[in-house]
Design a protein around this ligand. Structure first.
Ligand code: MG
Ligand code: CA
Length: 539
């Protein structure tokens, strides 16, 4: 009975159920965004259609930099091993795009050439075939047996040459390939050489095409051990100044300063800085699998908005075309007045100018098309996308925290250089950070406790404690400002009785020494610094 109710009408009221954010995104793309794109030739103008592997692929990291900034070496450093097809040399040998990915299930390490790669339906590279043979001969996948590859894939790119050499024709649209990757990756790491900071025109153009994705950009100032402290400050300043001219907001992009290779440090003075920066960068890379769903959602919203703008644009051009004569002259006129058409659409549909494609690029592309073959506006297609943005996307966004929480219980990026924390060369090892991990390692403050005890006794403790006033008189001798000493006090007076016992006093002295050594104080006392008898005071 009433079986027709199970048709279109009832389905409309029932919101679709999504099992995962990724599956939901794939589904809304296919049912709402793709039909709009298809109808207005979006794929000819902006970006090829998305494919299943675009949604299911592991997070990708794109490495971009001039020749010899250490991109390939950086990958080897992360993996702590070579990958097949790897070439590093004094000559610009990496003239390939290399997708470094997980080996097959039998653990075989192989190189898959570009032509084979773009016909593999399981990989996300099929649309790259449109860049032609000149590109495909310079594209390969290195399948490597490394646990790091369980969670991410890394794209190595050809080094960009400086000066004259860059004019050598690559035979394919290098910028467009970069743009294709930039749209799809989760992170873009721009590498600079602290030793040779010259930014070529081609590199500048590449950074410009990355601009639409600047939320994905992180910057590595590599080979920073090749310069001394003072030069490093100068290079850093110069880098920010140069980036300021190409990136809209370079100060927002985090810069990691370090030396990402396995050679001895030339200048050892910044070792601690490099270690801390490396730690931060690793944490950033390890967060990628957890944040992948949000990244995909962001990118899909961006794409849906562009698809809408494109539909309005193409359909208004179509509307202006005469039915019989004067098509060519009308087309020329429309292209010349494209800026006015942009503004009209902005007004009519309340769309911000920032959502529109770059004017001159669009003019160039439109020259290739016959406007009378464009489709007229089909409001239903746009409405469906609007409805999806307002409803499905909101629901998918609400699923993200739960999904992220489930993922973060699993190990993030593991193996390679990510596994070194368990060795004596992990950050903080031997400085107490390993206390609790390693039973042979005692509370760090114990090492100097005899010294601290001698001082403590000279302060005449009563019932094993010294008063705040007494402690202050002694602590100011460190010449540290009161704001810092106040912070140290808060970290040290664990039982909050306004006095310091020997352990608390020892801890305060230890923190003073940390600060005097030029390190930052922790915001909260890390568990390894908590005195054994005071474990109960830390939640
Ligand atoms: Mg290289
Ligand atoms: Ca106390």
């Amino acid at each position: 009975m009433f079986s027709w109710l199970s048709g279109d009408e009832s389905r409309k009221k029932q919101p679709q159920v999504f099992n995962s954010v990724t599956e939901g995104l794939r589904s809304v793309y296919k049912t709402t965004i793709y039909p709009l794109e298809e109808h207005y030739k979006f794929h000819d103008f902006h970006s090829p259609a998305l494919d299943d592997p675009d949604f299911s692929a592991k997070p990708m990291v794109l490495l971009v930099g001039q020749y010899s900034t250490g991109k390939t070496t950086f990958i080897r450093y992360l993996l702590e091993k070579d990958f097949p097809g790897l070439r590093i040399g004094p000559e610009p040998t990496t003239d390939c795009f290399i997708a470094v990915m997980k080996c097959d299930s039998e653990g075989r390490e192989t190189v898959i050439p570009g032509n084979a790669l773009v016909v593999d339906p399981k990989k996300q590279f099929r649309p790259l075939s449109r860049f032609g043979n000149a590109f495909l001969n310079r594209f390969q996948c290195s399948q490597v047996d490394s646990p790091v590859m369980d969670s991410i894939s890394i794209i190595d790119t050809p080094g960009i040459l400086a000066g004259e050499k860059q004019r050598v024709d690559r035979g394919y649209d290098f910028t467009a390939v970069m743009e294709w990757f930039a749209e799809r990756v989760d992170r873009i790491i721009l590498l600079f050489d602290a030793h040779k900071l010259d930014i070529s025109d081609e590199f500048r153009r590449i950074i410009e095409v990355l601009r639409g994705n600047d939320d994905k950009i992180r910057i590595v100032l590599n080979k920073a051990d090749m310069v001394d402290h003072q030069q490093l400050m100068r290079v850093y300043g110069a880098l920010m100044w140069s980036l300021g001219k190409v990136l809209a907001t370079p100060e927002v992009s985090r810069v990691y300063i370090g030396s990402f290779w396995d050679k001895p440090l030339h200048f050892d003075m910044n070792r601690r800085l490099f270690e801390a920066e490396e730690q931060d960068l690793f944490a950033e890379i390890q967060s990628l699998p957890r944040n992948a769903a949000l990244r995909k959602l962001n990118d899909l919203i961006k794409r849906a908005r562009l698809a809408k703008v494109h539909a309005y644009l193409i359909s208004s051009l179509r509307k202006e075309m005469p039915s019989m004569f004067g098509k060519d002259s009308k087309k020329k006129e429309l292209i010349n007045n494209l800026g006015d058409i942009y503004r009209k659409i902005q007004r009519e549909h309340q769309i911000s100018p920032g959502d529109f494609p770059e004017l001159n690029k669009m003019k160039e592309m439109l020259k290739e098309h016959d406007f009378s073959k464009f489709n007229p506006l089909k409001p239903k297609l746009v409405e469906k996308v609007d409805h999806m943005l307002a409803n499905d996307m909101t629901r998918l966004m609400q699923m993200i925290p739960t999904e992220e929480a489930a993922i973060s219980k699993e190990p993030a990026v593991r193996g390679g250089a990510f596994g070194n924390d368990s060795t004596p060369f992990g950050v903080g090892y031997g400085e107490g950070a390993d206390f609790g991990k390693n039973e042979h390692e005692a509370w760090i403050v114990t090492r100097d406790i005899d010294k601290y005890e001698r001082i403590f006794e000279t302060l005449h403790p009563v019932d094993g404690k010294i008063s705040g006033v007494t402690a202050k008189k002694y602590m100011v001798q460190s010449k540290l400002p009161n704001t810092v000493l106040g912070k140290i006090w808060k970290l040290s007076d664990l039982d909050r009785d306004g006095m310091l016992d020997l352990e608390e006093f020892g801890l305060a002295q230890h923190l003073i020494n940390i600060k005097l050594d030029g390190n930052d104080l922790p915001l909260e006392l890390p568990s390894h610094l908590v005195p054994p008898s005071k474990k109960g005071f830390i939640a």
